[in-house]
Design a protein around this ligand. Structure first.
Ligand code: ADP
Ligand code: MG
Length: 703
């Protein structure tokens, strides 16, 4: 049977072919059903009446009930202006009209009362309203006989010019509801509505457009948001269940001697969070299913040690492990760290990167093939075709966001005898919990939420270009105390040439202010050969240089505990996540550390706010959360939320985190009872999930 929801909007009264085209091109509305699923993004609340004395100039829209005291017409022709004084028990207010003056004069009779609705403004120190809407008060004393919460829909200039005003939208939706209401099918099983106390879909759709009161609106919004998250989580989790049943993994029942030897020789105790995460990983690797785990941990939280111990579990079970880093510098650093940690274990570990010479490559390739190389560290070079493993059991990928889908697939194919290796992806990019649940809904997530003891918070300071001399003096004092300084320049791809110019001139400036022989300045950037890069990095790491001027190549990983200052040039050009990463380069030792954000002359209000947030917030997850709230779920006219697998119609990751958590755990509960959703009672959701928008298998960037 054909549903009336599928009828094209063109057949609604007042919508001809031209308006139908506009609705389609501007709002992607083709059918009556589409129209009913286009929800207002805010409401004009006319449920209450304010006292004139309570109206403030910065109030949003207000509604007053006033008696007309006097009207006064001034000016002539175009300049005509009607001033109406109205009064209630609390005071008086002036209303101003420039248009429709004749009509207004006739309508407003002195001594009668009307409802006025508008946005207050100030003129000559007094509050007035320009062009308020006028309504007659209803006889029963209710503020307004019509609906008192009026929806406001997304709009564009084209729509407005095409005659589709807010009023027209309201009428269209009203007509659509009258026509197709009965054909709206419930999408959630009856038991879900009952157990979660949700209102039925019909009720929700009617009240999201024309709420009978604020409670009905709140219930309807909740139901629609909950459903949106619930379906999304169901589809993600269902894929995860299917995969974990089908993806066979290598069973690794042992901890092994290498693990124990390394553990015993550690110079410090693991933090509680590190221990917990290692337990989670170990239980995955024992399970016989393939591990697909995302490890999140703020910069400096000690992820490397988790990677090392995980690799040693693989080794202890007779398998090889690889650790992939996004840059050469970082791979080298990992190799240096690991060699230290692995010393007591006797495990053979090698480094393979793009700059490994042909001669050095041979024995490494052979060692990987015969299994004598047990752990290999490297860059993308590791996943090239000529790299063959004897039995790769674990792949650790550091900083996942730089690996693409294809590279990931290649990694999988390198597993032992066709069984994919366990995968551990480590990231220091803090993703708010709610976002992680959605973006990585089909992965397991571990979080290191505790810092190793003894780390001091990094003081973050924002200064303008004019204060450069103060900064240089400060740097000199720090250097005289034996500390080191990073200076970072932005490198944004589109203007690479200009950026390098900035970097070079910045470097020259620094060298002239910090002259030899008293000061030594090194420079590192992406256009150097890897030998030069390594030489300069090593010089800084070993303390032979006081200042390192660089692009963001130092963003990830690089560990120089003696560096106490990082100066970030043109900080407004970096994203918050990246700034936080950079800040993590300092504060690694026991000395007090500083992050100095330099900003140019013209910083937008928006950027300024973000930089202030950087200064006020130390914790990466709090920062990410605040950033998301600040940027919000799309602006006034738009609704897009970038980076999401599906677009959300009403729910917001930034503001509805608790609804998301609830919907997710309920989705888990439903799937535990019925993993394939094949029970009759779950039929409605299964039908919903057939919608192509839930076909998001390609989305997960990792597994
Ligand atoms: P991440 O990779 O998460 O940014 P690292 O693994 O580089 O952090 O660790 C940062 C620093 O903390 C390193 O110098 C490391 O040796 C040290 N570290 C790691 N775990 C601990 C711990 N449990 N106690 C003390 N120091 C630790
Ligand atoms: Mg690291």
């Amino acid at each position: 049977m054909k549903s009336r929801l599928d009828t094209e909007v063109q057949f609604l009264p007042g919508v001809g072919p031209r308006r139908a085209m506009l609705l389609k091109s501007e709002l992607e509305v083709t059918t009556i059903g589409d129209l009913l699923h286009l929800y207002p993004f805010r409401f004009i609340d006319r449920t209450s009446i304010q006292q004139i004395a309570d109206v403030r100039p910065d109030s949003a829209f207000v509604q007053i009930l006033g008696t007309v005291v006097s009207s006064n017409l001034t000016g002539k022709g175009q300049k005509q202006r009607l001033s109406v004084i109205v009064r209630d028990r609390s005071g008086e207010m002036e209303l101003i009209f420039f248009k429709g003056i004749k009509y207004t004069c006739e309508r407003l009779r002195p001594g009668s009362s009307y409802l006025f609705f508008g946005k207050p403004a100030t003129f000559n120190g007094r509050i007035n309203m320009v062009h308020p809407e006028i309504d007659n008060p209803s006889p029963d004393g209710a503020p307004n006989s019509r609906c008192t919460l009026t929806g406001v829909y997304s709009s564009t200039d084209k729509l407005r010019n095409g005659g589709i005003t807010q009023k027209v939208m309201n009428n269209l939706v009203s007509a659509a509801l009258a026509y197709a209401m009965e054909d709206i099918q419930e999408t959630l099983p009856e038991y879900v509505l009952r157990e979660k106390g949700l209102v039925p879909l019909k009720y929700a759709i009617r009240n999201i457009h024309f709420p009978s009161d604020t409670t009905a609106l709140a219930k309807s919004q909740y139901r629609l948001k909950w459903e949106e998250f619930f379906l999304l989580q169901l589809s993600l989790l269902k894929q995860k269940y299917v995969r974990s049943r089908s993806a066979q993994g290598i069973r690794m029942p042992l901890v092994g001697d290498a693990f124990n030897a390394c553990y015993k020789a550690l110079p410090y105790d693991l933090t509680g969070a590190q221990k917990r995460v290692i337990k989670e990983i170990r239980s995955d690797m024992m399970s016989g299913c393939q591990m697909n785990r995302l490890l999140q941990g703020d910069v400096g939280s000690g992820k490397t040690m988790v990677a090392v111990l995980s690799a040693l579990i693989a080794v202890g079970n007779g398998y090889q492990a690889c650790i992939m880093a996004p840059t050469e510098v970082l791979a080298q650093q990992h190799f240096a760290d690991l060699s230290k940690y692995l010393k007591p274990t006797g495990v053979r570990c090698e480094l393979l990167t793009g700059s490994t010479t042909k001669a050095a490559r041979r024995p490494i390739h052979e060692g990987l093939e015969d299994g004598s190389v047990q752990i290999i560290i490297g860059t993308h070079a590791l996943i090239e075709d000529d790299v063959v493993f004897k039995n790769l059991g674990l792949a650790v990928v550091d900083e996942q966001h730089r690996f693409g889908v294809e590279q990931r697939a290649r990694l999988w194919s390198k597993g032992a005898s066709g069984i994919p290796p366990h995968i551990l992806v480590m990231t220091a990019t803090p993703i708010p919990r709610t976002l992680a649940m959605t973006l990585y809904g089909d992965l397991d997530v571990s979080v290191i939420d505790e810092m190793p003891p003894g780390r001091k918070p990094v003081k973050t300071i924002l200064i303008g270009d004019g204060k450069r001399p103060v900064l240089y003096n400060f740097m000199k004092r720090q250097i005289s105390l034996g500390r080191q300084v990073f200076i970072v320049y932005p490198l944004i791809f589109e203007s690479e040439k200009l950026d390098y110019q900035n970097l070079e001139s910045g470097y020259e400036d620094i060298v002239s202010r910090f002259p030899l022989p008293q000061y030594k300045v090194a420079i590192v950037h992406g256009q150097q050969t890897s030998e030069v890069k390594k030489f300069n990095m090593d010089a800084f790491a070993a303390g032979r240089a006081d200042i390192l001027v660089s692009t963001t190549v130092i963003e990830v990983g690089v560990d120089v505990p003696n560096a106490t200052v990082i100066v970030i040039e043109s900080a407004e050009r970096f994203g918050l996540a990246q700034l936080h990463q950079l800040r993590g380069r300092v504060g690694r030792g026991s000395d007090e550390s500083f992050c100095v954000l330099m900003h140019g002359d013209k910083v937008s209000k928006e950027s300024r706010k973000r930089l202030d947030l950087m200064c006020a917030t130390e914790n990466g997850f709090d920062l990410a959360e605040a950033d998301m709230k600040m940027r919000g779920p799309g602006d006034l006219e738009g609704t897009q939320q970038s980076g999401l697998p599906v677009s959300l119609r009403i729910a917001s990751l930034a503001h509805d985190g608790s609804i998301l958590s609830d919907a997710r755990s309920y989705a888990e509960h439903v799937l535990a009872q019925d993993p394939t959703l094949s029970k009759e009672e779950n039929r409605p959701v299964l039908l919903e999930l057939w919608d192509e928008k839930y076909d998001i298998r390609d989305f997960s960037k990792i597994s």
